[in-house]
Ligand binder design. Structure first.
Ligand SMILES: Nc1ncnc2c1ncn2[C@@H]1O[C@H](COP(=O)(O)OP(=O)(O)O)[C@@H](O)[C@H]1O
Ligand SMILES: [Mg+2]
Length: 284
């Protein structure tokens, strides 16, 4: 068995920078995430979280002078050039956005099955010509996130939290090995947010998926992720055990105003509290 030191990283970002005009959105960012980790990405608005996630997925190319991104050893980009193999590599990555990105007028099951777009011919997916086995897999994924009973319902008629869990089911259907989630719970009420993050945590725990999730609510990072990476002004300013994110560390990241409380200023931080067992199958 490979040791941690020699094991191929699930995600490896090496000195990536990204400049928009005169704004350095990423400043020589390097991170390494092992297979099976669930890592929180935190930092104030504008600190570079979304930009970093988009670079990892190969949706954005970094500055030309240096830097590379690898996923399971496969090059996503190097020196500002996206790999020609990106389509194949991206099939390994499920990207979850804040705004769900489902097709509202299509049934949930169809939305989940579009996760296969990366793996089957596009025309076949668009024609809705799915095999029984593919449908069964999609149903299983929906069942896993507690939405089997809504399979035939139009996605647009479901709540935000349900749509986000369906987006997670779509990533499962895609057979992604990595999930990149960009503020997936930012627009949800606390209970829906908890169900969504517990789905991600269960996928990580039960299926060994690697999860990198940016979170606006710091206490979710502390509760659900053993490790946190914090960004500020395009730089990684903390990378380590979430338990070490003390109020003082958070004050340095977010500034004085938001220290000691969550970012909405409503609740004290609960550092190091472990989550309840995942509520897979629970309805929103
Ligand atoms: N497409 C873009 N064009 C110009 N500037 C951008 C673009 N995307 C992000 N930025 C800038 O890069 C910085 C980091 O943004 P972002 O990654 O969205 O931060 P976060 O997700 O942490 O809020 C910000 O200053 C933002 O304005
Ligand atoms: Mg963002």
């Amino acid at each position: 068995m490979q040791t941690q030191a020699t094991q191929t990283a699930a995600i490896e970002v090496d000195t990536v920078s990204k400049t928009f005009g005169t704004d350095k959105a990423l400043n020589e960012v390097s991170i390494r995430i092992a297979p099976g980790e669930m890592v929180a990405l935190i930092g104030p608005s504008g600190s570079g979280k979304s930009t970093l996630l988009r670079h990892v997925a190969g949706l954005l190319a970094g500055d030309r002078d240096a830097g590379s991104v690898r996923i399971f050893g496969h090059q996503v980009q190097k020196n500002g050039t996206i790999s020609p193999d990106i389509r194949k590599i991206r099939a390994e990555v499920g990207f979850i956005f804040q705004q769900f990105n489902l097709v509202g007028r299509l049934p949930l099951l169809t939305n989940v099955m579009t996760g296969m777009l990366a793996r089957v011919g596009t025309w076949r997916s668009l024609l809705g010509w799915f095999s029984r086995e593919e449908k069964e897999r999609a149903m299983q994924a929906l069942d896993c996130v507690g939405l089997a009973e809504h399979a035939t319902q139009r996605a647009g008629t479901l709540s935000g939290g349900q749509q986000q869990r369906a987006a997670i089911a779509r990533a499962m259907e895609q057979r992604a090995r990595i999930i990149l989630a960009d503020e997936p719970i930012a627009s949800l009420d606390p209970e829906s947010a908890r169900l969504v993050i517990e789905c991600l945590a269960a996928l990580n725990r039960n299926q060994g998926l690697t999860v990198l999730v940016s979170l606006h609510q710091v206490q979710f990072a502390l509760q659900y992720c053993v490790r946190t990476i914090a960004m500020k002004d395009g730089c990684v300013v903390f990378d380590g055990p979430s338990q070490e994110l003390t109020p003082t560390a958070l004050r340095n990241i977010y500034g004085v105003r938001k220290s000691g409380v969550d970012l909405d200023g409503t609740a004290p931080l609960h550092i190091g509290v472990r989550p309840e067992p995942a509520l897979l199958g629970a309805a929103a």
